[in-house]
Design a protein around this ligand. Structure first.
Ligand code: IMP
Length: 199
């Protein structure tokens, strides 16, 4: 099956391609297609905006991930706004901004959330959700991954997500969990309609 991966985020593309390799899908990029602005207030809304726009434009099933980091001491911020936190232009600047906001804060609990949506050109969608709880460090560690990975140590681990390989991150991460549910659902071919999995 040809499937468009509706994201411009290279880190997400890597993780999605690795997690779904077993399905043998032919994953295609956006090839110049511009995705709509992420105007939703939930991960589900934004994932639907991206996946449905790509599926309609390309006439193929399209896969999108909308995700974010929810920090307990910041009342769940940045959440769906993680990619534009503090209006900072890149991952390094956003990590510095988060560290500034968390300076001196004792409660360092945080949670990653991923909603993966597979949309078909006829409007049908499948939704998969995954979460990962952990704590935030006071400085970055590790070179792998993307986004807030260098600041985030998953519960039960000593390394940050940026100190893990893509394969290691996949086995525990929010996106890895959502994609594992998608994989399980599609392993034996397209599932019956009305499939919604939540992990
Ligand atoms: P989106 O493209 O609107 O879904 O933005 C997701 C943003 O959340 C990313 O730009 C990162 O800042 C953050 N994020 C989501 N997933 C991860 C992850 O696996 N590691 C680190 N940061 C992530």
């Amino acid at each position: 099956m040809r499937v468009v991966v509706a994201t411009g985020n290279a880190g997400k593309v890597r993780e999605i391609a690795e997690a779904l390799s077993e399905l043998g899908w032919q994953l295609e990029g956006l090839n110049g297609l511009t995705l709509p602005e992420e105007t939703g207030t939930t991960y589900e809304e934004n994932a639907a905006l991206k996946a449905c726009a790509a599926a309609l434009a390309k006439g193929l099933p399209a896969l999108a991930d909308d995700s974010g980091l929810e920090v307990a001491a910041l009342d769940g911020q940045p959440g769906v706004y993680s990619a534009r936190f503090g209006n900072r232009p890149n991952d390094t600047e956003r990590n510095l901004y988060l560290l500034e906001k968390m300076r001196g804060v004792q409660d360092r609990r945080a949670k990653f959330v991923s909603v993966v949506m597979l949309a078909y050109p006829d409007g049908h969608v499948e939704t998969y959700r995954g979460e990962l709880t952990g704590t935030l460090l006071e400085g970055p560690r590790g070179e792998n991954g993307f986004g807030y990975d260098p600041l985030f140590v998953p519960d039960g681990e000593t390394r940050t997500l940026a100190e893990m390989t893509v394969a290691e991150k996949r086995t525990i991460s929010h996106r890895g969990r959502a994609l594992a549910a998608l994989l399980a659902t599609h392993r034996n071919g397209p599932p019956p309609r009305e499939t919604v999995r939540t992990e």
